[in-house]
Write a protein that binds this ligand. Structure first.
Ligand SMILES: Nc1ncnc2c1ncn2[C@@H]1O[C@H](COP(=O)(O)OP(=O)(O)OP(=O)(O)O)[C@@H](O)[C@H]1O
Length: 617
């Protein structure tokens, strides 16, 4: 929906829109502990090694600076005395060299573990994301706000890995700073205060711009989804045919150009301002450093501190400044990253309404009476119109019921309610006298086989495409072959160069594409893979020629003797095979009966039947 409303000119948010408050950003930091817990759970051993290496690394700068002070003081001492031994000096240099080597090795180790842990974490969070998405209700997928959340949670996979390194780096730098600060404060605590004042503006500036940047990116989520959609539509095998025939490329490219350049310009404005202010703040930091430097030089000239101490203190100050700046700046990007975590956790907090219940009744096998619709009404999310209303009828156990109605009458909606992809907005559906909502959804879905008109063309082998009907039987070749025979897919598969192992669809190399009707025969095979008590064919035969459709349904009737089935077809030659026919119009019950009864009644069905017989439908 968002996509089309944007096509019709809804304006994306501008920079001036209210940014997030400091409070919101600080409160987003509460996501860090659960986040770190997730990182830890990814691989506790690697996480522990990472923490230990970083703790060791944090102490190295002070050690190097201190050894540096000793070296310089020793050099000064040697220049003032004649014939002194250089052994101590060389030992100090060797120690500093050793520290430098250890530091390099630790850096490499940290980078390695960060990378590996980051990869593991990214993989695991993607898996969790897919698993959680699979648990959600269908109508949640039809909500554009949900899609935006999913999109942000998905897009941030890489950034979450970066965030992990940032948080760990932050802890490491803070530890280094504490160690250095002890040395600096022991000499003169005012130096620490000066340092803090010098870097504060840079911190405030960074946090302000990060907040803006988050608002910009966040506010643009629907448009960025639209950009992805345009990119995909403009260059994909699914759309190439119509894009060419209707000459849509210019239209799509223009829309892409218009949107992407708006985003680019907004972003450019922000980045430029950020860079300009960044230079001003950096100069303030340098001023602080040179202030402290002048003070130290004067103290050295006055003989209060040694030259070695001067290098130690100036080095500590410089290092602290760098660290403090890095920590404060990183703090703002960590806060920003935490805001994105909000999306991530929000997504995981979404709960499906259709859920498993511990006290659910056992699913009847066999179904004794059937499904009874009691005053059922249903509205799709965010719509006012009733797709189905006041529906009262019984689908009897073992009968074949055909649904007839014009486009948009509500046939597919009825099927979705039967299979509990949605629950009725009003009224209820009973199965053998028990509300469908009381059964566990998995039990119900196991007992129902539905092939929709828009079934998925999985870009996988022909065998897998049939096995999809019961994926735990994917290795059961005889079962797959027998299902293929029943749905007439075997005639299609026998012509494929690699038979059941042939990849179908054009997406992958070696893939062979099929005609619409051939795809349908394969998809129909899925229905026969199941040992379901209720089979529903929602017009999956529309691309078959009339003879093939007749043959498919004839077989279907024979092979599903005694099973309950719902058939949807616009062809009356097929419809008349059903035991009873339910005619619906605008989501409402019109009439129900066998073909003969409805013809004899001479009402709506009879009229539609006559129209088709004359070739008007
Ligand atoms: N996901 C959806 N969100 C909002 N409205 C929907 C959705 N799916 C269907 N509708 C609306 O619900 C009504 C019934 O649609 P449904 O798909 O059940 O019709 P149908 O009888 O199966 O039509 P067809 O013969 O064209 O397949 C239509 O008005 C349709 O526009």
């Amino acid at each position: 929906m968002a996509i089309w409303s944007n096509f019709f000119g809804k304006k994306p948010p501008k920079l001036g829109q209210p940014a997030l408050s400091v409070q919101e950003r600080v409160s987003a930091l509460k996501h860090l502990p659960p986040f770190l817990k997730m990182v830890w759970q990814t691989n506790p051993r690697m996480a522990l090694v990472n923490v230990v290496l970083r703790a060791l690394r944090a102490g190295i700068p002070l050690a190097i600076l201190y050894v540096g002070q000793l070296i310089i003081d020793e050099v000064v001492r040697l220049t003032q005395t004649t014939g002194g031994s250089t052994n101590y000096l060389l030992t100090l240099v060797a120690v500093e060299f050793g520290l430098a080597v250890v530091s390099d090795v630790l850096n490499r180790g940290i980078a390695l573990i960060d990378g590996l842990l980051g990869d593991l974490f990214a993989n695991q969070s993607s898996i969790k994301l897919m698993e959680h998405a699979a648990e959600l209700d269908l109508d949640q997928f039809e909500d554009s706000a949900f899609y935006d959340k999913l999109e942000r949670a998905r897009r941030q996979t890489l950034s979450r890995t970066v965030l992990m390194s940032q948080v760990l780096g932050q802890l490491q730098d803070i530890l280094t700073m504490v160690i250095l600060a002890v040395g600096l404060a022991a000499f003169n605590p005012w130096l620490l205060l000066l340092l803090f004042i010098a870097v504060l503006p840079a911190f405030l500036g960074e946090s302000h711009f990060n907040e803006r940047s988050y608002s910009l990116v966040h506010g643009w989520t629907p448009e960025r989804r639209e950009l992805d959609y345009l990119r995909q539509t403009g260059a994909s095998d699914d759309t190439a045919k119509e894009v060419k025939i209707f000459g849509l490329s210019g239209f799509l490219v223009n829309r892409f150009r218009e949107l992407s350049s708006k985003f680019y310009l907004d972003n450019k404005k922000l980045s430029t301002r950020r860079a300009a202010w960044g230079s001003v703040f950096a100069s303030l930091g340098s001023a602080g450093y040179y202030g402290a430097y002048v003070y130290l030089i004067l103290q050295t000239a006055a003989g209060v501190v040694s030259i070695g101490q001067l290098t130690f203190l100036a080095g500590s100050f410089m290092r602290m400044r760098g660290l403090l700046e890095a920590v404060l700046n990183r703090f703002t990007s960590v806060a920003e990253g935490s805001l994105y975590l909000q999306d991530f956790f929000d997504f995981f907090n979404l709960q499906p309404r259709i859920q498993r219940q511990a006290s659910a009744p056992t699913f009847p096998r066999p179904i004794l009476h059937g499904f009874t619709f009691e005053n059922v009404g249903f509205k799709y999310r965010n719509t006012e119109k009733w797709a189905i209303r006041n529906l009262n009828f019984t689908l009897r156990a073992g009968e074949k019921l055909a649904l007839v109605g014009e486009n948009g009458a509500g046939k597919t909606t009825l099927v979705k309610l039967l299979s509990r992809l949605y629950d009725p907005t009003e009224g209820r559906i009973l199965l053998d006298g028990v509300d469908l909502r009381e059964y566990n959804p998995e039990d119900l879905r196991r007992e129902i086989g539905v092939i929709f008109q828009d079934f998925v063309r999985f870009q996988m082998t022909a065998g897998t495409n049939i096995a999809i009907g019961r994926i735990d039987e994917k290795e059961n070749r005889p079962r797959i072959e027998s299902s293929a025979q029943q749905s007439l897919a075997d005639t299609v598969i026998s012509k494929l160069p690699e038979g059941y192992d042939q990849i179908i669809g054009r997406r992958f190399s070696k893939g062979v594409d099929l005609s619409g009707g051939e795809w349908q025969k394969i998809a129909l095979g899925r229905a026969y893979m199941r040992d379901a008590q209720l089979l529903i064919l929602d017009e999956p035969t529309a691309a078959l020629d009339a003879r093939a459709e007749h043959e498919v349904f004839q077989r279907f009737s024979e092979l599903t003797q005694g099973k309950t089935a719902v058939l949807i077809s616009h062809r009356f030659s097929t419809v008349r095979m059903a035991d009873r026919i339910l005619v619906i119009e605008n989501g409402q019950f019109v009439e129900m009966g066998s073909h003969e009864e409805l013809i004899a009644k001479g009402d709506r069905y009879a009229e539609l039947f006559r129209l088709q017989a004359k070739g008007y439908l």
